[in-house]
Design a binder for this molecule. Structure first.
Ligand code: ZN
Length: 277
C-alpha cells in the first residue's frame, strides 16, 4: 500500500516546529512536534521516524515532555530515550501502558506505525527549562492522561490534542466532550496568547481560538440535550446535527464517529440529572 509521507519545518516566535504528514486514499493525517528552550513537546509517530529523526538531531533538546499517550505523540519516544539518552516525562496515568507493546486498530498501525515501549517519568505540576518555569495543566477529555504545557516566561501554550479544530465533527470512542469543555475552561484561566496545537499547528490568536471552540461546544451541548429531551435517540441526534459521513468514520470502523460526541454529552447529562434528584 502506498502511504505518502512528507515533512516540513518552520520557526514561529522562537518555537521550532516539525510537521509530518501521512496520506493514504484521500485521508491525510498530520502531527506536529515543537521545541522551545530545550524542551521537546511530543515525539511524532513511529511511521514518521525517518522524517522526524533529522529534525530531532539538529535541535538542542534537554528533555522530552509528552501531552498524552496516543501513538502519534509517543511514536519516537523510545528512540529519544534510548538513542538520544533523553529523559521523557508525561502524566503518571498511562506510564505503565507506555512500557508495553500497545495494541490498537490496524488503520492506526498503518498510519502511525507500532509505537515501541519506553520508560517515561511522572511529570508533576511544573517543570523547569533553561530560562523558564512551565505549568503542567491537566486537561483530560481527549484522553484520560492529557496535559497542556505553558511556558510562563513567554506565555506560549502547547495544547496537545485539546483543540485540533474549532468545530468538532467526530470524536474518538474514548473522548468525552463535557470533559474537554471543562479542560478548555480551566486552560482559559491561565495567562497565555500563543497556542501550538499538535495537529492544527500554530494558532493565530490562540486564546480566542480556544474560546471559540468552547463557545461552539456549549451551543452543541445545548442542542444535543434539547433533542434528547424531545425523545430522539443518540443516533437520531447524531444524524440530525451531523449530516456528513466523514471518511474517517468508515476508515476507523467507527472508532471515530460523530455519535461519540452525542453519547458523551447524553451520559454526562443523565449523570447530572440523577445527582440533582
Ligand atoms: Zn490524541
Amino acid at each position: 500500500m502506498l502511504f505518502k509521507k512528507s515533512f516540513t519545518e518552520q520557526t514561529i516566535n522562537a518555537v521550532q516546529i516539525g510537521n509530518g504528514t501521512v496520506a493514504f486514499q484521500g485521508v491525510t493525517l498530520n502531527v506536529h512536534c515543537f521545541v522551545l528552550d530545550g524542551v521537546l513537546i511530543d515525539t511524532g509517530s513511529k511511521s514518521l521516524g525517518k522524517e522526524f529523526t533529522p529534525f530531532f538531531k539538529q535541535q538542542e533538546i534537554d528533555q522530552v515532555v509528552i501531552t498524552h499517550y496516543h501513538e502519534d505523540h509517543t511514536g519516537c519516544a523510545a528512540f529519544l530515550q534510548i538513542e538520544q539518552n533523553l529523559s521523557v516525562y508525561m502524566s503518571d496515568v498511562m506510564l505503565d501502558y507506555c512500557t508495553t507493546k500497545p495494541n490498537y486498530p490496524l488503520y492506526r498501525k498503518l498510519f502511525w506505525g507500532k509505537r515501541s515501549p519506553f520508560q517515561a517519568k511522572a511529570i508533576g505540576k511544573t517543570f523547569s527549562s533553561r530560562n523558564a518555569t512551565w505549568d503542567v495543566i491537566e486537561t483530560p477529555g481527549h484522553s484520560i492522561d492529557h496535559l497542556a504545557f505553558l511556558n510562563r516566561a513567554t506565555g506560549q501554550l502547547f495544547s496537545g490534542d485539546l483543540y485540533i479544530q474549532k468545530k468538532t465533527k467526530v470524536a474518538l470512542r474514548e473522548e468525552s466532550i463535557p470533559t474537554i469543555m471543562e479542560s478548555l475552561r480551566k486552560v482559559l484561566t491561565y495567562d497565555f496568547e500563543d497556542v501550538f496545537c499538535s495537529h492544527a499547528g500554530y494558532l493565530k490568536q490562540g486564546r480566542l481560538a480556544l474560546q471559540n471552540k468552547l463557545d461552539y461546544l456549549v451551543d452543541l451541548q445545548e442542542n444535543v440535550i434539547k433533542l434528547y429531551e424531545d425523545g430522539l435517540s443518540a443516533r437520531q441526534i447524531s444524524t440530525t446535527l451531523f449530516t456528513r459521513k466523514y471518511p474517517i468514520i468508515l476508515f476507523s470502523a467507527g472508532e471515530w464517529d460523530s455519535l461519540h460526541i452525542i453519547t458523551s454529552i447524553i451520559q454526562e447529562h443523565i449523570k447530572n440529572t440523577l445527582s440533582v434528584k
